[in-house]
Design a protein around this ligand. Structure first.
Ligand SMILES: [Zn+2]
Ligand SMILES: [Zn+2]
Length: 147
């Protein structure tokens, strides 16, 4: 059964096929500023697994550099990010999912631009920036038995 998600106002709705990949807490300066938050929980999902079921015409795509961020034009909720050069994957904003009974984050990413005022208090691995090592780690987590 597909997972479902929506923006805050409910205008934009989507479905996501397949397993939810490992979740990462991204502390990069772009996520922090775009969300007005200390960090954002994201998951790289195949673009082909994502489809809008309502309100696609209300989605605005904000492009900066080589990437874009999609959000609801009415309520401003961010839904996913992507690369303008199609990689086959999008970065889903995990908090837009309807069902939050997933295992939660597996690591912290982009500590190099973490907010000074926020302290990480859990034991999850911390990475300064994105790297090949992280891709391999996430692949390994994904292949384990997850919900
Ligand atoms: Zn909305
Ligand atoms: Zn980020």
């Amino acid at each position: 059964m597909a997972r479902t998600g929506r923006c805050l106002c409910g205008e934009v709705r989507y479905e996501l096929d397949g397993d939810l990949p490992p979740i990462v807490n991204c502390h990069c300066q772009y996520c922090r500023r775009a969300h007005g938050a200390a960090f954002v929980s994201i998951a790289w999902v195949p673009h082909s697994a994502f489809r809008f079921t309502a309100g696609e015409s209300s989605v605005t795509r904000h492009t900066v550099g080589g990437g874009y961020r999609c959000f609801c034009t009415i309520c401003g909720s961010r839904l996913f990010n992507g690369q303008t050069s199609e990689t086959g994957f999008i970065t889903l904003i995990v908090s837009t999912l309807d069902d939050d009974s997933h295992p939660g984050p597996v690591l912290h990413l982009n500590l190099e631009s973490k907010a000074n005022w926020y302290s990480i208090t859990d034991e999850l691995p911390q990475h300064q920036s994105f790297s090949r090592e992280i891709i391999e780690y996430l692949k390994a987590v994904r292949s384990e038995d997850r919900c």
